[in-house]
Design a protein around this ligand. Structure first.
Ligand code: DPP
Ligand code: ZN
Length: 877
């Protein structure tokens, strides 16, 4: 398959100013009439005069130019495009095509979900709806007419503002929509179905009242409150923080049960995976509620960062995604706890982006090439991209950053631009030079910072030396030094911040954090006036997406864990401490836990003033996946064994403290979603899990009672998970019974049923693979619903390292089989599932050989999608 390269970018030869679309909707037979007003692009070099339109899986029924039907000699039809020969500089092209939404299992373009019809066009789905210049730098005004049987499809939605409707002679209804803002085709959407609207209203800063509607399938009306509240908060926040007001007369959201991604920011008509809309306390966990708040905000924020200003080409994807993720992270931080949000975001970055950046699919935030763009909706483009924006925001400070974003919105409104254009606004608005900083966009790999220090007691001088090194990645053997902001604090023996006075400065600054700029491969800093030897608190707030290495002693880590004024680094010290203990236990093949570690945990548990949410983060052990990343060769079984052993040791060694905290967190009245209440649930459930892991009789009883109480899904799932993982057979049997009851209760709630599948797929019990294979046959399982596939197959392959990576290779064969089944149905989902096997080089020879065998077997299959081909072939290179 062909490779698309950034260096080959050419502006489009033709532009489209206006589009009229008329869709006669039917699940099997939809007719699409399109009229495009085209004109030659004055900024492009002239080709041979042919117009080349993208189009796939379309049956062309009619074509005419400026009102005259074309003869077969005047155009040429290929599998993925249509060539119209020698078109004039300005023209009107009309086409009529037929498509079959019911056959569309890839869920790109127009497809069927339950009883509704809906679309997903990003990145290149619009070409499955009509012939078009399906690229983001072609921005057109869309007028859309939807024709359908009003009994089947009473609700007919598209982008923009409603523009009237009529009933046709044959009884069908025709509804018109007009979007006044030019947009690329990937933001086009329609939805047709028997849907119920939940309505509210938002008054913008300038006083316009905007009706807000969330459309759901009947029966789900009572699960939209949280999404609606999140939307209203996001609209207000974007006005206050960025001066961005909503621009259309209506804002619509639709929740869909079959969806490849989380959600889609189509102009004025956001289409969501139902998972990120529907929630009630009985059906959704606190994590689900937080996910909804974040994703609703994310898609809304795209209205300015993505829609009004869009990407010139798909290599610029992070222009909208990195920036919008940064914005949604900041929004969530403002709505809840800034410190806890930062920890969650960095945990995700380290768990997903760091491995990606050191593996076969490593690519820069702005990739140089791709085979299939769908494979580049990655943690690097999203999460590392957000870190790169965050570093710029921090370098500028809030006022100059706001000035720079104002400039960006003003200068590029209505245009399709590049990440470089964004950085230029940061430079101009912020008055700084980001020449070297730009390498963050073009250079892949996680930089490593090696820090060394010494202290001269005689002069009170503390010296810090920092070396940066970025490991090579595919296609980029040599790396250049980056501009890295390193936030440094120096902590004295009492746990107080010292002033960080750099050599050459005459006055000490106020005590606190200083940002050091790293630009050279090696940088040395001299800090004056240190009366005692400081403990360095490095990379506070995770000031750059790097791997930091400093030879901390265990005492220093415990000290920072207890005293660092930076909440993030308190957490990070705890993680590093736990990681050290766990990896040492693997190395020594022991299950003995050092007493000092339990002491540090005890001290933390006894701090009644701590924020429960933050404490829960501090007391959570690093995941098995993350621990594996820290080893040269991942020891799957060793990691699992010691992590279980450490959890049990915490549960038995600190039973009294855990019980006290559990009791304290339970003493609450009704359910609410405040940060404090969510934090109490998180902390209480963590304590319970430790107790049950240790077989604590009281803990087991409490877990059972908590499950039986059915107070809210957060507590129910937490209790069920601990019961299923209980070490003794009797409790595990009770867990099985609870699981059966859970199914009975929730059989009609697809999103809750996903949890039922995922719980079983993630169980560390030895027979899990057999159970997952049985569940494939369960009547509720379906390969054509992405959420269900992720809940069973994805949860097993990516969320259960010890069973997926079983030494006999059973997990690998299972995944290989599923990918080959899924690829013809839905290549995007098949390709995503491959991820854990792309990491094969990190395992022992036996596992390597078995994973490679599966990858090679997949690669040999005839007719593989580009999606799967690209990931498999790059993994084997
Ligand atoms: N829907 C995806 C997102 O919002 C792609 N744009 O990130
Ligand atoms: Zn996005």
């Amino acid at each position: 398959p062909p490779v698309t390269r950034l260096s080959d970018y050419q502006p489009p030869e033709f532009l489209i100013d206006d589009v009229s679309l008329r869709l006669e909707l039917d699940a099997e037979q939809t007719a699409v009439d399109a009229e495009l007003s085209l004109r030659r692009n004055p900024a492009a070099t002239r080709g041979n005069g042919d117009l080349r339109l993208d189009g796939e899986h379309l049956a062309l029924e009619a074509i005419s130019l400026n009102g005259r039907a074309l003869t077969p000699a005047e155009y040429q039809l290929e599998d993925d495009h249509l060539l119209v020969h020698r078109v004039p500089d300005r023209c009107r092209l009309q086409t009529r095509v037929r498509i079959n939404p019911a056959e569309n299992t890839a869920l790109e373009g127009l497809y069927v979900s339950g009883g509704m019809l809906c679309t997903q066009c990003e990145a290149e789905g619009f070409r499955r709806i009509t012939y078009f210049l399906d690229r983001p730098d072609v921005m057109a005004r869309f007028r859309v007419s939807l024709v359908a049987d009003p009994a089947r499809y009473p609700v007919l939605l598209s982008n923009g503002n409603p523009a009237g409707e009529e009933t046709l002679a044959d009884g069908r209804r025709c509804v018109h929509w007009e979007d006044p803002f030019p947009k690329p085709s990937y933001l086009f959407a329609i939805v047709a179905g028997d849907l119920v609207a939940v309505e509210d209203r938002f008054t913008t800063a300038s006083g316009r009242a905007i009706p807000l509607c969330i459309y759901v399938e009947p029966g789900n009306e009572d699960k939209c409150d949280h999404a609606m509240r999140s939307l209203i908060k996001a609209m207000r926040w974007d006005e206050e923080r960025y001066g961005r007001e909503y621009d259309l007369d209506v804002f619509n959201i639709v929740a869909v049960s079959h969806f490849n991604m989380g959600a889609m920011e189509n102009k004025g008509l956001n289409v969501f995976n139902a998972k990120y809309i529907l929630a009630r306390p009985e059906t959704a966990t606190d994590a689900d509620f937080a996910g909804i708040e974040g994703v609703v905000a994310h898609e809304y924020f795209h209205n300015w960062t993505g829609n009004r200003i869009t990407c010139r080409d798909w290599f610029q994807l992070s222009l909208k995604e990195g920036l919008t993720v940064y914005r949604d992270q900041e929004f969530s931080a403002d709505m809840g706890s800034r410190g806890v949000k930062r920890i969650e975001d960095v945990r995700l970055l380290r768990a997903r982006q760091f491995p990606e950046d050191s593996g076969p699919m490593a690519h820069p935030v702005r990739p140089d090439s791709y085979i299939e763009i769908n494979n580049f909706y990655t943690a690097t483009v999203y999460e590392k991209g957000a870190e790169v924006v965050r570093m710029q925001a921090n370098l500028l400070g809030p006022e100059r950053f706001r000035k720079a974003t104002d400039l960006y919105f003003e200068r590029f409104d209505g245009q399709a631009v590049t990440t470089d254009d964004f950085v230029a606004c940061m430079e101009e608005g912020g008055g700084i030079d980001l020449t070297q900083f730009r390498r963050w966009y073009s250079q892949a790999g996680t930089p490593q910072l090696d820090c060394e220090d010494d202290y001269d007691a005689a002069t009170g001088t503390y010296r810090l030396e920092v070396r940066q090194h970025t490991p090579s990645t595919p296609g980029q053997p040599e790396k250049q030094p980056l501009h890295i902001p390193l936030a440094l604090g120096l902590v004295d023996a009492e746990g107080r911040d010292m002033p960080v006075q750099l050599a050459g400065e005459s006055q000490p600054p106020a005590p606190g954090t200083r940002i050091l700029a790293l630009r050279q491969p090696v940088e040395r800093f001299e800090i004056l006036g240190c009366a005692t030897r400081p403990v360095p608190s490095l990379l506070r707030g995770f000031s750059a997406p790097v791997q930091l290495c400093y030879p901390y002693t265990e005492e220093q880590l415990s000290f920072l864990m207890a005293h660092d004024s930076d909440g993030f680094n308190r957490w990070d010290a705890a993680q590093t401490l736990a990681q050290r203990v766990l990896l040492a236990m693997v190395d020594d093949a022991t299950t003995a836990v050092p007493a000092s570690f339990l002491d540090a945990f005890r001290e933390a548990l006894q701090d009644e003033t701590a924020d429960p949410a933050l404490l829960a983060e501090v007391l959570t052990l690093p995941s098995e996946g993350y621990l594996g990343e820290q080893m040269t060769v991942v020891d799957v079984d060793g990691i699992h064994r010691v992590r279980q052993a450490l959890a049990a040791a915490i549960g038995s060694g600190l039973a009294a403290e855990l019980q006290a905290v559990y009791a304290r967190t339970r003493s609450e009245e009704g359910f609410d979603l405040s940060h404090a209440a969510m934090g109490r649930r998180a902390l209480g459930n963590l304590c319970l899990a430790y107790l049950v892991r240790a077989g604590d009789a009281q803990g087991l009883e409490q877990a059972q009672r908590q499950f039986d109480g059915q107070a809210n899904m957060t507590d129910v799932i937490a209790a069920l998970r601990t019961l299923l993982e209980a070490p003794d057979a009797e409790t595990a049997a009770a867990g099985e019974q609870a699981l059966a009851g859970f199914y009975e209760r929730w059989a009609d709630e697809p999103l809750v049923l996903d949890k039922w599948f995922a719980l079983q797929a993630q169980s560390s019990r030895p027979d899990t693979l057999a159970r997952v294979e049985r569940l494939l046959e369960h009547p509720a399982f379906s390969l054509t619903n992405p959420n269900r596939v992720r809940a069973l197959i994805g949860a097993f392959a990516s969320g259960n390292p010890v069973r997926f990576h079983a030494a006999d290779g059973g997990g690998y064969r299972f995944l290989g089989d599923r990918i080959l089944e899924l690829d013809p149905l839905n290549p995007q989902i098949a390709s995503r599932l491959l991820y854990p096997m792309t990491r094969w080089r990190r395992y022992d020879a036996g596992r390597q050989q078995q994973m490679r065998a599966q990858l090679e077997r997949i690669l040999e299959v005839e007719g593989l999608s580009n999606d799967v081909y690209e990931v498999v072939s790059k993994s084997l290179e």
